[in-house]
Design a protein around this ligand. Structure first.
Ligand code: GLA
Length: 664
């Protein structure tokens, strides 16, 4: 059956072949005759002989009967079987957008070599013709990028696109499958202390910090030079109490078990700064979105302990949107009075007792987070804080929350403008209120990077600020967003200059494991295994909060390996708190470096390209001299000692994460 169907489609493809523009030798095959469901793109669907909006393909006023209409970022892999001679097309931005603002770049890559690129093309610009020699090429990739300025209105046409072939006709294929290899070694039997080595708090606030440690259980915990007012539970490693006196307390944490004892300095800084290292934890949004409930939160807290994530430094269990009530809702679970007689905000029926929920989370040695908008409603239409800021913060304190995500959403309705002053106003207001509380509540600014929030987020009291839109706003677009927001938005704005102890750039959550596809299903992340390693590596290099937002109750070994590699986490949580940055790039490969407290450097070799590539970290780019001991952080293995550079083959969309120590 299958063979028959294939033959029919081959015949159709060939009989539909172009005649007017047909090259002299071989048979012609339209690109539009291939299986376009294999074309991945940032918006909409690819169409045969139509634009992405299903109109006639038109570039700068000229209409084409044949071609493929797509949308950046777009990609298709094609197997040519080494039997194609040429690829011809006219490419450009399609006229069918009202805004006429698109800008794209077309690229053609064969077996890892760049065969052709259009340069940046804008809406209204005449089509560019291409005629590319494909002899001996096996695997071809046609790409359309957003030209580095975001993908809005990037309707792109491969007009009159056709292959000249001598034998088998080209077939659209999936990109090569990547193995889900678990690189993170299992923790050893001996004790190891993990996570943050410095922790900030305010005098008089309740203190809670669970010492993250691995090694066979039972483990026994001690802390030397613990300041007055704090106690450590020897069995759970939870440090609790209150410090009245501001100061820097240099303690020594000791963990023992049947296999030995280990110790490590742990600095408690009692002053006015929280979040001395990036936050680590979990947030409900990308898996449970509008369905979050008390049970889901308790299950997440249980799983954080059961899976051992708490032993690696994960600490916050954060509810996102959808815990409050919905103005005007007829749904008895979500509707009803928004606030009580004293103006206190009321949770919806999915959260019967907020205090008991945070007590439960705290009893596990974890901290609890909540979410609201400074506007009248949240992004999903639930009650916001506008006009009730003092009361709401007081309520969050009474409930026992430790973290607040403050999401702009409907604040546009009251802001009047997006001037810097208007953008700062609600955050300064909430930051000031939070600072006056006798409870340490970490403040996460969520306003998608507006007004260069990184320049002022810390000054208004933010402990972290989202640097871009929602990383997972479009499920299919997560990989594109990862490279765009994670790599380019960060580099173009030199964000490494802004993050540091007390205030961190937040490129959004770790989108791993099982996520909502926004279509009612919870499905595996669309990121390929290599992309997932790239995601976590980059987050550690740029000192981003490590907030996982997949299903805590469905963590497989691969995902847990990504989340719990202690040498990777050590980079993220490095006490120097200097975010890394890009030091070298060519077309598709990049080298990033992060300076660490002990004088070593964390180094990321990245390959954004479609084919495996060699990437070299040169000491001159890293800012180091002399021999370096190079360690592979994901595998937790030394690779060797190198004199001036280190080169590795980096897989498609993947990474090699290194730490270079000066070697004597
Ligand atoms: C915005 C935020 C997301 C999430 C949703 C909730 O889109 O950026 O992180 O909080 O709102 O509605």
């Amino acid at each position: 059956m299958k063979l028959f169907a294939l033959c029919v489609s081959l015949l159709l493809a060939i009989s539909n072949a172009p005649s007017s523009a047909a090259p002299q030798s071989g048979k012609s095959v339209w690109l539009s005759s291939l299986d376009l469901s294999r074309m991945h793109q940032g918006w909409g669907k690819a169409h045969a002989d139509k634009s992405v909006t299903e109109k006639a393909i038109t570039i700068a006023g000229k209409t084409y009967n044949h071609g493929v209409g797509t949308h950046a970022a777009s990609k298709i892999w094609i197997d040519l079987h080494g039997q194609a001679a040429r690829f011809l097309a006219s490419v450009g931005v399609d006229d069918n957008t009202k805004e006429r603002k698109g800008s794209v770049e077309f690229r053609i890559i064969g077996d890892g070599k760049n065969l052709w690129r259009s340069g940046i093309m804008k809406s209204g610009e005449a089509a560019k013709s291409l005629d590319v020699d494909l002899r001996d090429v096996n695997k071809l990739v046609l790409l359309v990028t957003d030209a580095g300025d975001g993908q809005d209105f990037d309707h792109a046409d491969w007009a009159d696109a056709q292959f000249v072939v001598s034998g088998s006709i080209p077939v659209a294929i999936d990109p090569p499958a990547e193995p889900r290899t678990v690189l993170t070694p299992q923790p050893g039997l001996q004790p190891r202390i993990n996570g943050a080595r410095v922790f900030g708090m305010r005098p008089g606030s309740p203190f809670l910090f669970t010492i993250p440690a691995t090694g066979e259980k039972p483990r026994h915990y001690e802390v030397e030079k613990l300041p007055e007012g704090l106690n450590v539970d020897p069995m759970s490693g939870q440090i609790t109490g209150t410090i009245r006196q501001a100061g820097v307390y240099e303690t020594i944490v000791k963990v023992s078990n049947a296999h030995g004892t280990t110790s490590r300095p742990f600095k408690i800084v009692c002053g006015d700064k929280l979040a001395l290292t990036p936050h680590m934890g979990w947030n409900s949004w990308y898996v449970w979105e509008t369905h979050v409930s008390d049970k889901i939160m308790r299950d997440a807290a249980d799983a954080m302990v059961k899976t051992g994530m708490v032993d690696h430094g994960y600490m916050y269990v954060n509810i996102d949107d959808c815990w409050a009530r919905v103005p005007g809702s007829k749904d008895s679970t979500l509707g009803g009075d928004l606030r009580d007689q004293q103006g206190r905000i009321l949770p919806n029926k999915r959260f019967p007792d907020m205090k008991s929920l945070t007590d439960y989370i705290h009893s596990k040695g974890l901290k609890a987070g909540i979410y609201i908008s400074p506007g009248p409603t949240t992004c999903a239409g639930y009650t916001g804080s506008y006009g009730h800021e003092e009361t709401d913060v007081k309520q969050f304190v009474d409930w026992g929350y430790d973290f607040l995500k403050y999401d702009w959403c409907s604040y546009d309705k009251v802001a009047g403008s997006r001037s810097r002053e208007s953008l700062e106003k609600p955050y300064k207001l909430i930051g000031d209120i939070l600072r006056d509380q006798k409870r340490d509540i970490v403040l996460n600014l969520c306003q998608y990077g507006m007004g260069n929030v990184w320049e002022w987020g810390k000054a208004v009291g933010g402990n972290s600020w989202r640097t871009a839109g929602d990383l997972g706003g479009s499920f299919e677009g997560i990989a594109t967003a990862l490279f765009r927001d994670g790599f380019d938005v960060y580099s173009n704005n030199k964000l490494h200059l802004y993050g540091g102890p007390g205030g961190w750039n937040d490129p959004d959550y770790l989108l791993l494991g099982y996520l909502s596809n926004w279509n009612g299903q919870t499905v595996p992340t669309p990121l390929s295994p290599n992309e997932q390693y790239t995601h976590v590596t980059l987050w550690a290099l740029v000192a981003a909060p490590l907030i996982f937002s997949g299903d805590m109750t469905r963590l497989d070994d691969f995902t847990l390996g990504l989340l719990t590699n202690d040498e990777v986490i050590d980079v993220d949580q490095d006490p120097l708190g200097k975010p890394g940055y890009r030091v070298w790039r060519n077309e598709d490969q990049e080298v990033w470096v992060r300076e660490l407290e002990d004088g070593s450097k964390a180094v990321g070799l990245f390959n954004r390209g479609e084919f495996e590539a060699s990437v070299t970290a040169k000491w001159s780019d890293l800012g180091v001299t002399g021999k370096q001991r190079v360690r592979d952080l994901w595998r937790q293995q030394d690779i060797g000692v190198f004199h001036a550079e280190y080169t590795a083959k980096v897989p498609r969309h993947g990474t090699i994460f290194l730490r270079c120590f000066p070697s004597r």
